[in-house]
Design a protein around this ligand. Structure first.
Ligand SMILES: Cc1cc2nc3c(=O)[nH]c(=O)nc-3n(C[C@H](O)[C@H](O)[C@H](O)COP(=O)(O)OP(=O)(O)OC[C@H]3O[C@@H](n4cnc5c(N)ncnc54)[C@H](O)[C@@H]3O)c2cc1C
Length: 240
């Protein structure tokens, strides 16, 4: 083990995998337990940088992948994540091969794609890998808020319900990079939405950018009303 890796391990948070289950054709549910979680500041939409490539001959940034906190339990000191394996990269391989008892190093991040309570009407737009993120945000919204969702996916068998078994979202089976179809569906939503609207746009970077442009040019929404976070980009590895 390199000196850098030895030092990194001392600085990172350490956890153990205590549960792993395949929950759809391509997604694994993994539960981590860590004493370091007792005092973290949690907000729905937090993410982990998981060092999936510990031991591999890669740069520090190359070794990590970001996963959304699907569920956080401070009492039990556990975090649930759900990892989609379509990408077939480092993170995907890690999710397939890891097992209960494995030690996992990670860092904890709040970021800016977290829950904003100030809206009246929410719109969540994303793909399969945004599901854990949006399930967490949706579960923590105060009652009385209206939530619309536009979750696009390629294959029926990939989908999975929220951690409590609920299925709160509207799914749309669409071909790869379905920008036009999504924008068409958005116009219906925008006619119905009332009060302060907040849109969260995540997932495929191409869709994120096109939908963001549409909102800004056609609807003239203000900055605070659009939360944008590309989760992955074609050909690129490990977006931050
Ligand atoms: C804020 C944030 C939160 C995230 N949360 C989650 C999460 O909860 N669950 C989750 O599974 N992922 C999540 N991701 C994506 C995750 O960090 C990895 O990028 C993803 O798992 C791919 O990692 P990989 O090592 O398998 O593939 P990489 O080595 O990163 O990429 C290999 C190839 O696969 C392509 N690719 C990457 N992702 C996909 C995809 N979804 N579908 C098709 N092709 C793809 C890439 O363009 C590249 O060509 C999140 C990303 C961000 C930025």
């Amino acid at each position: 083990m390199s000196l850098i890796e030895t030092v990194s391990k001392k600085l990172l948070r350490k956890s153990a995998i205590i549960y792993k289950q395949q929950i759809s054709d391509s997604v694994y549910h993994i539960r981590l337990q860590s004493k370091s979680l007792k005092n973290v500041s949690y907000r729905p939409g937090c993410v982990l940088r998981v060092f999936c490539g510990m031991g591999a001959d890669l740069g520090k940034r190359e070794k990590a992948r970001i996963y959304s906190v699907w569920n956080f339990n401070r009492t039990d000191q556990t975090i649930d994540i759900a990892v989609n394996t379509h990408s077939r990269g480092l993170g995907s391989n890690w999710a397939k091969l890891c097992k209960t008892g494995d030690i996992v190093y990670f860092t904890w991040h709040k970021g800016n794609f977290t829950l904003d309570h100030t809206g009246d009407h929410y719109l969540l737009i994303g793909d399969l890998c945004t599901l854990p993120h949006f399930y967490a945000i949706n579960r923590h919204l105060p009652s009385g808020k209206t939530v619309d969702s536009l979750i696009y996916f390629g294959r029926e068998g990939d989908l999975f319900p929220d951690i409590d078994g609920q299925e709160p979202f509207t799914f749309h089976q669409l071909p790869v990079n379905p920008t036009d179809a999504i924008i068409e569906k958005l116009s219906t939503f925008l006619l119905q939405a009332t009060g302060r609207r907040i849109a969260y746009i995540g997932g495929d970077s191409r869709i994120c950018l096109s939908v963001n442009r549409y909102f800004r040019q056609e609807i003239q929404t203000s900055d605070g009303q659009i939360r944008l976070k590309p989760f992955w980009a074609p050909v690129m590895r490990a977006l931050k």
